[in-house]
Structure formats: C-alpha cells, structure tokens
Design a binder for this molecule. Structure first.
Ligand code: SF4
Length: 306
C-alpha cells in the first residue's frame, strides 16, 4: 500500500480538476460569500477590489504569530491585498482597505513560497486568502513541482463559503480563522458584513471537520488542525461569550487565541465606543469565559493598557 505523504497536499496526484473548479468561481465571481458575480478576469470592481492576478503586500518570515505557527524559524507569511470585509478598526487597513501591494504572476507567487521555505519557514501562511483561493491553489500546484513540502496555513477573517472550503479539502493543513463576532448586528455595524455569524460558524465547522484539532509536534510546531482567533473588543462588541459558547459546543479541546491587542486603528478613532483600548476588566472577563466554557487549549495575551 502506498504510504500517505505529509503535508496532505503532497498526496494530490492531479491539481488540474481542483484548479478548474476553483477558477470557474472567478467568472462570475462567487469566491467569497459576497458573491459579487463580476468577471475577475477582466475587472477589479468587486467588493474586495481585486482582479485576477494575485496582489501581494508582503512575503517574509513572521515571528509574531502564535508559538506553534511561528516556531523558532518563523512562519512564511504571504500577505494578500484587499479583503471581503470592511472592519472599521482594521490594523492592516493600508493593505486590506486601500489594497496596497503588487500584482504578481501565479508563478511568482509559487516562487515566493519556495523562497520562504528556503529561508527556513515552518509553514506557508496565507494571510487573507479568501478572495484569492483559486490563484493560491494554482500557485501551490507549481510550488509543489518546485519542491514545496511544508504545511499550508489558511489565515483568514473566517468569512468563507463552505462550498469553496470543500473544494480545498486536503490542501490546507492548518486553518487559522477569526471568529470576530457573535452578533450579526455588530458584524454589520463594525465590519460591513450582515451575515457574518452563520457563515462564519458553518465555515468553522467545515474547517474542523477537515483538519480536526491542532496537532503540535515534539518541537512545538503545529502540523495540522484548527486554531481559532478571537479579538476581544471594547464594550463587549465582539460578543465574546456567544463565540466561546459556540466553540465549546464543537469541542472543548479546540485551540483558541484570545487576543487583547485591540487598538483604535483606521476609522475607529472617530467612533466613540471603539476609540480606546480594552480595559483590563474587559479582557479579564473574556479570559474568565474560557474557564466557564471549559476551554483549556490556546493562548491568552499578557494585558497591557499602554
Ligand atoms: S472574491 Fe471579491 S469579487 Fe469575488 S465575490 Fe468576493 S468580494 Fe466579490
């Protein structure tokens, strides 16, 4: 019997049908839940403001991710420009909202992966890949021919079409989505997404079905699995309890990164209720909810009000 290879995408014998299926999503574009239905081959007028060629803001080794993702040699981060969301507090707004970056060929994107692998990256970490999934997978297929053999991390805002996730089943090793909100009203008000909660939850369920719980090797490096991020917002705008309750209903073993690092970026300084950092009480309350729902795995951040 043929031995299965690792990472799992190395077992894919023919990327062709997968790429074909994904590319058909670009015209009319249904790559993300916005379903703008524009022709991405000729237009960048969709909600994400990107066209066909992948637009990349940066590619480098990143040491600021969660410990099993950054490891000791860094995570090979490839940061895509544009975003299907409109978070008014986005810390990366020049990239996500102003779409700063450079269009590159699919082959160049593959070369970035190889460069990062040669630099020692533990993984290839695609940041905000949702609107570039077809291009990402096509580039991956080229990178595999060039010798790529490290895990793929899918690092997104968690606003994903399950239909698309199903197509890439077996390609992504580590899903690292946000669960930003537990309320559609808040998601609409602060991120311009009216249907976030249901779509986000279905996406998380599918990701968990595909990759299961986070597997960390004896060197402390993540190999496979789900890691959910939740940024605690001022005034309980993220509805943290609702989010954690949902996660605990899936599995109490899921790894969660509960983040305290909110600061009022982009448009947030003009919006009174989110124009400040978290208080210690707000973050402590969120940390207490991890205990309340029996969620033991993951990371909390040291609180600083600086
Ligand atoms: S990927 Fe972009 S163009 Fe396509 S549906 Fe989403 S926001 Fe619209």
């Amino acid at each position: 019997m043929e031995k299965r290879k690792y990472p799992s995408y190395l077992n894919i014998k023919d990327f062709g049908p997968i790429i074909k299926g994904l590319k058909s999503l670009l015209k009319p574009c249904r790559t993300c839940p916005r379903e703008c239905r524009i022709d991405r081959f000729t237009s960048d007028r969709g909600f994400c403001r990107t066209g066909y060629l992948p637009k990349v803001a940066s590619y480098n080794l990143h040491f600021g991710e969660e410990p099993p993702i950054s490891g000791f040699r860094g995570s090979g981060t490839i940061f895509f420009s544009g975003c299907p969301m409109r978070c008014v507090f986005c810390q990366n707004y020049p990239i996500s909202q102003y779409v700063n970056g450079n269009e590159v060929s699919i082959r160049k994107l593959a070369e970035y992966m190889i460069i990062l692998q040669r630099k020692g990256a533990h993984n290839i970490n695609f940041v905000t890949p949702t609107h570039f999934v077809p291009q990402m997978v096509e580039a991956l297929s080229i990178a595999v021919e060039m010798g790529l053999n490290i895990p793929i991390v899918y690092n997104s805002g968690g606003y994903e079409r399950v239909e698309v996730l199903k197509i890439i089943d077996g390609i992504v090793d580590i899903y690292m989505p946000d669960m930003k909100y537990g309320s559609d009203e808040m998601a609409k008000r602060y991120s311009g997404v009216p249907d976030y909660v249901g779509i986000n939850r279905r996406a998380i369920e599918e990701m968990f079905r595909q990759v299961g719980n986070l597997v960390i090797d004896r060197n402390g490096i993540a190999k496979r699995g789900l890691l959910i991020r939740h940024l605690v917002l001022p005034e309980n705008i993220a509805n943290t309890e609702t989010v954690l309750e949902f996660i605990s209903s899936l599995s109490k073993n899921i790894y969660i990164s509960l983040m305290s690092q909110y600061f009022p970026a982009y448009r947030a300084p003009e919006i009174p209720e989110i124009s400040r950092r978290l208080t210690k009480e707000e973050y402590d309350y969120a940390v207490g909810l991890l205990d309340k729902y029996g969620l033991k795995n993951g990371w909390i951040q040291p609180f600083s009000s600086y």
